[in-house]
Design a protein around this ligand. Structure first.
Ligand SMILES: Nc1ncnc2c1ncn2[C@@H]1O[C@H](COP(=O)(O)OP(=O)(O)OP(=O)(O)O)[C@@H](O)[C@H]1O
Length: 225
């Protein structure tokens, strides 16, 4: 689903945010990318969503070599990716329902289908009763769950999340990560950047480790015999 072949990213400042990174994530796999602050985690996700382009190497997402995706093809590329951010980026002047409905609105989905899908997504994250609320009336954890509902509502084959539990306490963080794991269990590919090593340890999933832009480790969970 995601493949990096010798990918390097040098920003205009001359800094190598990623250096010769290669890995492959299978469809339906859930993986984390971790590393110190500035290690290149966000840059790696930005190359997947085409917020940035690599300086060298090839990034393939869903069997599409991204160098072939031109600027006008980027919105379509992003429709296949559910994105979750630490600061959730919700519209505060719209209801929870409208926030989650946004990707469907953009895709031109009918009203009835939209209502059905939004409610299914809100149900999944345990917020069905809050559809009319303003995001401002929700706790940080609830806001994060609205962000997740919005990311999954159009059923994208891939979800990427950048520090989705950055502002949450350990218990809530674990709940949010387990929610992501549920999506992974139904065939969605999930890639999450997180520096929370304790949390990653509890998840028993694959972990890619970046250090100053280099991929220095790739842990895979060992199944109990
Ligand atoms: N647009 C940019 N222009 C120049 N340098 C950048 C840009 N974006 C990131 N960098 C630099 O690239 C390096 C990697 O940044 P990146 O945000 O990918 O790291 P990160 O692992 O996500 O860090 P953090 O955990 O602090 O968010 C850092 O040194 C950062 O300062």
């Amino acid at each position: 689903m995601i493949r990096f072949d010798n990918v390097s990213k040098r920003y205009l400042t001359g800094l190598d945010a990623l250096a010769e990174v290669s890995f492959e994530i299978e469809a339906g796999e859930m993986a984390f990318v971790t590393g110190h602050s500035g290690a290149g985690k966000s840059t790696l996700l930005k190359l997947v969503s085409l917020a940035e382009r690599p300086t060298r190497g090839y990034v393939t997402v869903n069997q599409r070599e991204l160098a072939r995706v031109r600027r006008r093809g980027i919105p379509q590329h992003r429709r296949g990716i559910g994105m979750v951010f630490q600061d959730h980026r919700l519209l505060t002047d719209r209801s929870v329902f409208d926030n989650v409905a946004l990707p469907l609105l953009i895709a031109g989905t009918s009203r009835t289908e939209t209502a059905k899908r939004v409610r299914a997504a809100l149900d999944k994250v345990g917020l069905l009763a809050r559809e009319k609320a303003s995001p401002l009336a929700l706790s940080t954890g609830e806001q994060q769950r609205v962000g997740i509902a919005r990311a999954i509502v159009a059923k994208p084959p891939l979800i990427i999340a950048d520090e989705p539990t950055g502002n949450l306490d350990p218990q809530l963080s674990l709940e949010i990560m387990n929610l992501f794991a549920e999506f992974g269990a139904v065939g969605t590919t999930v890639l999450i950047a997180s520096h929370d090593l304790l949390l990653l340890k509890r998840m028993h999933k694959r972990v890619l480790v970046l250090d100053h832009g280099r991929l220095v480790d790739d842990y895979r969970p060992v199944r109990a015999a």
